[in-house]
Write a protein that binds this ligand. Structure first.
Ligand SMILES: [Zn+2]
Length: 284
């Protein structure tokens, strides 16, 4: 008996084994067959998640780099405005917008130019919500935001109380184009807004100032990219440009042409130059 033990304990069942083996193989390949799309889906989703992850990392990195770059530019322009004597104390302000994200970098309020560092620049969205920054954004922020919302091609805005431009604003007069210096940068008279009404002064005055600038351009059919500046009645100039450098240039030039026009008119009350002259000398 003991000699038969292995065969008795494990009878010859190779047929049964083969059947079980076939069934198992059949189910294995069936499961594999039906689950293949699921695995493909998993692989695809993992791959796409990886792509999205890299995309967002790149996007966030590019955005933070862009904002840091704009902070540097706005800071440097603000300091240069002070160096040029166009602003004193903490007056005046500069901003720039990243059009992709709709975020605006703007000088903080109430800090002197000597004490300011690039990291003090405040980031706000187009609704005025502070996104980052420890200080309060410029008191003129709403004016800047209204201009960014309505003039879609501008990338930077600067505001000063520079002396001669503010004199024209206080006189309620636009700066007439009297020569090439003006014509190179401004394709016509630099307009002066109407005064704010009593009702407007009872509302948010910075928002109303932005609206009255837009109204001035809309009413006269002016292109803000060809007349990149305005005088706000009784106040001073706001200038802009496609980027920080051009807004800065226009801020410097508006004071220059305001002074030149004032002196020219003192010498001789000449008429403004014509459209042909303006178009001929405008830096497109
Ligand atoms: Zn002001």
């Amino acid at each position: 008996m003991s000699g038969d033990w292995p065969n008795n304990r494990f009878p010859n069942n190779s047929g049964l084994c083969a059947t079980i083996h076939s069934i198992w193989l059949f189910h294995f390949f069936t499961i594999l067959n039906y689950s293949a799309p699921f695995f493909n889906f998993l692989i695809s989703i993992t791959y796409n998640l990886k792509l999205y992850y890299h995309f967002w990392c790149d996007y966030l990195y590019a955005q933070s780099t862009m904002l840091e770059n704009l902070k540097q530019q706005v800071y440097k322009a603000s300091v240069k405005l002070a160096e040029q004597g166009l602003v004193i104390y903490s007056w005046g302000n500069a901003s720039a917008i990243d059009r992709k994200s709709g975020l605006v970098v703007i000088k903080p309020t109430g800090i002197s130019y000597e004490d300011m560092v690039p990291g003090d620049m405040v980031v706000v969205d187009l609704n005025g919500n502070v996104i980052s920054g420890d200080l309060k954004p410029s008191s003129d922020t709403n004016t800047h935001l209204i201009l960014y919302q309505n003039f879609p091609l501008i990338g930077s805005i600067m505001h000063t109380h520079s002396e001669y431009a503010s004199c024209w604003a206080q006189a309620g007069l636009g700066i007439p184009p009297l020569g090439i210096t003006h014509a190179n940068f401004f394709n016509g008279e630099i307009p002066c807004t109407r005064p704010l009404s009593v009702q407007q002064m009872n509302r948010n005055i910075e928002t109303e100032t932005g609206k009255i600038i837009v109204e001035t351009f809309d009413t006269a059919g002016l292109d803000p990219m060809r007349i990149p500046g305005v005088l706000v009645w009784g106040h001073g100039p706001f200038c802009w440009g496609k980027d920080v450098q051009s807004a800065f240039d226009h801020t410097v030039v508006i004071e220059k042409v305001a002074r030149m026009a004032y002196r020219t008119r003192q010498l001789n009350p000449v008429n403004p130059v014509g459209k042909k002259f303006l178009d001929r000398y405008f830096f497109d």
